[in-house]
Design a protein around this ligand. Structure first.
Ligand code: ADP
Ligand code: ZN
Length: 700
């Protein structure tokens, strides 16, 4: 397939000017009839890798997809782009299915999305050679190594035998090698070419904060994001509900979402979120996989996720449109312990614990977090990222030997019988039930750390754990115990360098400005919402935020200009271009009228007139639309004509008038003022026409 054809198709149907890294290579490989495995992060742009070939390939493309909600979204999105597609799943009745079978038969659709459970229904309508491509989305669901195992996926291996000449394209955002190989093995595509995209999502900021006063921290975070959509992930249903309720009392449009709600409630919440009617979702992990919303601007982890895959996938739901988005993870010791418990009850306990450990290391990192994250996915970042909390505010190290010695000897005296909280209580000389009951006041280490706050002690001890001086005995009530290494600090005076504990302030986000309510972007957003309601489709299916931002910047005023916006393809231009252009023109007009006259920039006002002229309006209509005099519009057009714009002035003046002016010009011997002509014609030809006529004659 020629590159130009691919690029034309990309623009025509998806509105994009360029392929993202790897997309082109993958698509070319598909056209060569090869099997492929694509590993790309969430939001990386996997869909186009099969949707674009599907448009150009002669027969049907079958897309296996695990989630009904996602399927519907994708099909709606394709249809909105002018690509005929349909889906088949258990939510449909027999009549619905018949319609689809007919569409397959008559080749009325290019793509068919099928849930693996529903493959059996469609099987008899398909034959080898009648399917051009098989795409398997979320392919990691086939592997029990992955973190989203779905039994229905395991039968998909039969596809390759059933359609031996059809290329298979498996796609996933899960990177680890064991899962990758497992996918190829189970799908019977051992020769598949593997394409691994970079997992770096530069537009996501990374931040980790201690999990104290979480609600206050969240409130502060949200203060700066009053209109922006986001998700708060929690570990338990109860937390989602409490948090959503608290946020509501503060006036936020928040909703809880978890597996305990019934299907209808869940899909209502999901729709409201997708359509920007609800701003915040407090969710357990049950939320998000089926969500393709591209303008999620932030993700908070109220609790720590159980591994980095899950974490990365969840934060990856932010900023799919490529615009700057923020992520915040609360790190708490209690969460780690809770997760540890879950993991030790799991079947593959060791794997789970090891994964949790990597998660913990990430949260407690003292160097660039993105480097750590990417290294987990097998990618090495040369430079620090500059967009994580550590890069923005690097820790300073100091000689913390004395602090370390105090903590270690306290743990030593407690003979590994207490967890971190009790150790800190003893260090700080607290008076509580635990201390009294155990006579801890008598210990020599009691109160030797009064000068350091509870929270800071916690941070220092976590660092000591990470440095390998202390261990947590998870099998014995999480008591702290010393390692061999600790002896060096206690008895051989080994120096310990600790990172300064920073006061927790909202640092990254201090400069954040919320989108002003009277910006053009906001206006376009409102228009998008209005259209979404009229058509009953998710707002982002019309245009994503990135496209609206581009419109705000470029201010397109004609169809051809509108088509240049990134994310605008032909169908969308035809469907929505007019309304958006009208909104942009109206906005510009209002802005101009609200400003002192002098401030109106010539260039823009001419451009607006030109744009309206190009839509085919008459001079009178342009004057009315713009709220200025007819004379002004004529002046504009003449000026544009002078500047070399293609403006046919003849259409604004009857041929007979032009002839009269021509004659008068000779008879009157080129008078300078218009008035002479006007009077010569005894006011029968208007000023405007005379002006136009003279301009035409000037060029002749
Ligand atoms: P994934 O399935 O990998 O999570 P998607 O296919 O949903 O990602 O793509 C994420 C976003 O990126 C979508 O909004 C999509 O329209 C956009 N996108 C994909 N390819 C391009 C491209 N070549 N140029 C601009 N945006 C793109
Ligand atoms: Zn960094």
């Amino acid at each position: 397939m020629r590159e130009a054809v691919l690029l034309d198709t990309l623009k025509e149907y998806f509105g994009y000017e360029r392929f993202r890294p790897l997309q082109k290579k993958i698509i070319e490989s598909v056209f060569k009839g090869k099997d492929n495995l694509v590993i790309m992060p969430t939001g990386g742009g996997k869909s186009i890798c099969y949707q674009l070939p599907a448009i150009l390939l002669p027969e049907l493309t079958l897309v296996i997809s695990p989630l009904i909600a996602l399927m519907k979204d994708q099909v709606d999105g394709l249809n909105a782009n002018g690509v005929p597609a349909a889906y088949l799943n258990s939510s449909q009745d027999e009549a619905d299915k018949q319609v689809i079978f007919q569409k397959i038969d008559s080749k009325a659709i290019k793509l068919l999305y099928v849930a693996p459970e529903s493959l059996q229904f469609v099987d008899r309508f398909l034959h080898d050679g009648k399917v051009s491509l098989i795409a398997i989305d979320e392919a990691h669901c086939i592997s029990s190594w992955g973190h989203d195992f779905r039994p229905a996926y395991t039968q998909l291996g039969y596809l390759k035998n059933r359609f031996p000449s059809t290329p298979v394209l498996a796609l996933t955002a899960t990177a680890d090698k064991a899962t990758r190989n497992d996918i190829c093995r189970q799908l019977n595509i051992p020769e598949a070419k593997k394409h691994v995209a970079s997992f770096d999502r530069k537009n996501l900021s990374l931040e980790v904060k201690p999990g104290i006063k979480r609600f206050e921290q969240i409130s502060e975070f949200l203060e700066q994001r009053k209109k922006e959509s986001g998700i708060i992930y929690c570990l338990s249903r109860k937390t989602t509900e409490e948090l959503a309720a608290k946020l509501k009392t503060k006036g936020f449009k928040a909703e809880a979402y978890h597996a305990g709600l019934d299907h209808l409630e869940r899909s209502k919440i999901q729709d409201d979120f997708i359509n920007d009617e609800k701003q915040i979702i407090c969710a357990t992990i049950a939320f998000g996989m089926g969500i393709d919303k591209s303008n999620i601007r932030w993700v908070i982890h109220y609790n720590m996720p159980k591994n980095l895959e899950g974490y990365y996938q969840e934060i990856g739901r932010a900023g799919r449109d490529g615009l700057e988005s923020d992520t915040l993870l609360f790190h708490s010791y209690a969460d780690v312990i809770q997760l540890q418990k879950f993991a030790s009850n799991a079947k593959n306990e060791e794997v789970q614990l090891a994964k949790l450990d990597r998660m913990k290391q990430y949260s407690e990192a003292l160097s660039c977090r993105r480097k750590i994250l990417l290294s987990y996915f097998g990618e090495y970042l040369q430079k620090d990222c500059g967009n994580c909390d550590i890069c923005r505010n690097p820790p300073e190290f100091f000689d913390g030997t004395i602090i370390a010695q105090k903590a270690l000897s306290c743990i030593f005296r407690l003979k590994a019988t207490e967890p971190i909280s009790a150790v800190i209580d003893v260090l700080r000389g607290s008076q509580n039930e635990l201390i009294r009951r155990n006579n801890y006041e008598k210990l020599r280490t009691y109160g030797i750390g009064k000068d350091i706050s509870w929270q800071h002690w916690q941070q220092y001890i976590i660092q000591l754990i990470n440095l390998g001086y202390v261990e947590i005995a998870f099998d014995r009530k999480n008591n702290l115990q010393l390692t061999e290494q600790a002896k060096k600090v206690l008895f051989e005076n080994e120096k310990v360098y600790l990172a300064d504990v920073k006061e927790q302030k909202a640092q990254i986000h201090a400069e954040k400005t919320s989108t002003s309510s009277n910006s053009l972007f906001e206006r376009l957003r409102q228009l998008r919402l209005k259209i979404a309601r009229e058509e009953d489709i998710p707002a982002y299916l019309i245009f994503n935020d990135a496209a609206l931002k581009d419109m705000e910047k470029q201010r397109p005023m004609s169809d051809s200009e509108f088509l240049l916006i990134n994310g605008v393809g032909r169908k969308k231009m035809e469907d929505y271009g007019y309304r958006f252009i009208k909104e942009i023109i109206a906005f510009n007009k209002e802005k101009r009228e609200n400003k002192p006259k002098k401030k109106v920039k010539k260039g823009n006002t001419l451009k607006e007139t030109l744009a309206l002229y190009k839509t085919g309006l008459s001079t009178e209509e342009i004057a009315r639309e713009r709220g200025v005099s007819l004379n002004t519009i004529i002046t504009h057009l003449l000026k544009l004509y002078d500047e070399g714009e293609e403006i046919d002035l003849h259409q604004f003046i009857p041929g007979s008038d032009l002839n009269s002016i021509k004659k008068a010009k000779q008879e009157l011997e080129n008078p300078t003022g218009l008035r002479t002509y006007y009077e010569h014609f005894e006011e029968a030809i208007p000023y405007e026409s005379i002006k136009i006529g003279l301009k035409i004659l000037e060029k002749e």
